[in-house]
Design a protein around this ligand. Structure first.
Ligand code: SF4
Ligand code: SF4
Ligand code: FES
Length: 263
């Protein structure tokens, strides 16, 4: 064996020993697995041989698909988190809840009025809230869930919609609610009503839809479809982009496809 080979083997052994030192036990569905302590729950489960066919989407804390319930030894708390964002800890007992069976009301959007009474009719359980705040503590997005429910009870759809704006529909709040309120479905309805029936219509959006219908972009789309791949990539990489340092009213040099709305 050459000295180089011998050195490489020693390094590999050291690395293996180092990794072994960092392995910690976790329990998945009651069975013990040794996993590196630097991993998230999701990666640790994959390391242990599980393959996610549900309960995994963005892997970036955005989609809410990877809700997880766990306990730690010697701790009476039930803890919750997103598997893609929560690091493993020794002796965690884990359960995945990729889908939470919360009640979602059905309604006719056209007939729905922008009134809190409409929400109360569809979700009367909001009045069962006992203000325990378990929902807020469970939320991985740090949403003030209880306050948003309280706002709705006071008839403030706008505040509930604003407070819940970053909800990723993971369902962890509902899983902890003793009043069995499906907070995330309630909030989604509040945001729909607020955006669709309370806020002023966005004039620039209406103008853009009109321009699309009138065929303003048909020629450039046809031109792009006919491009060779390399020409398309070149056109894309060389396109005009607003600089981060540009002034507020930046406009591209090529104004053929601009849609201006007068203030
Ligand atoms: S409000 Fe509920 S569903 Fe939305 S992100 Fe927070 S815990 Fe998840
Ligand atoms: S967990 Fe349920 S009962 Fe408790 S504060 Fe939140 S909505 Fe109210
Ligand atoms: S996989 Fe999307 S939030 Fe975890």
């Amino acid at each position: 064996m050459s000295s180089t080979e011998s050195k490489t083997e020693t390094n590999t052994e050291e690395l293996a020993a180092e990794i072994k030192e960092k392995l910690i036990p976790i329990y998945i569905m009651g069975r013990k697995h040794m996993v590196p302590d630097t991993l998230t729950i999701m990666k640790a489960m994959e390391y242990a041989g599980f393959k996610f066919i549900r309960g995994c989407g963005c892997r970036d804390g955005k989609c809410g698909a990877c809700s997880t319930v766990y306990r730690k030894p010697g701790d009476y708390h039930i803890r919750v988190g997103l598997a893609c964002q929560t690091a493993v800890e020794p002796n965690m007992y884990l359960t995945q809840i990729p889908f939470y069976p919360a009640n979602r009301a059905t309604y006719n959007w056209e007939e729905l009025k922008p009134s809190p009474d409409e929400i109360f009719k569809l979700y009367p359980e909001v009045f069962r809230c006992v203000a325990c705040n378990a929902c807020t503590k469970a939320c991985p997005m740090d949403i003030q869930v209880m306050d948003a429910i309280s706002s709705l009870k006071q008839g403030d759809i706008a505040k509930a919609a604003t407070l819940s704006f970053e909800c990723i529909q993971c369902g962890l709040c509902a899983s902890r609610c003793m009043a069995e309120i499906p907070q995330y479905h309630v909030f989604q309805l509040a945001r729909r009503i607020y955006a669709g029936k309370m806020l002023p219509k966005a004039e620039h959006l209406e103008a853009a839809v009109k321009a699309v219908k009138e065929g303003k972009f048909d020629s450039i789309l046809a031109e792009m479809k006919g491009m060779k791949e390399e020409d398309f990539i070149k056109a894309y990489t060389e396109r005009e982009i607003e600089s981060e340092l540009s002034e507020e009213y930046w406009r591209p040099g090529d104004k053929r496809f601009l849609i201006e709305v007068e203030d």
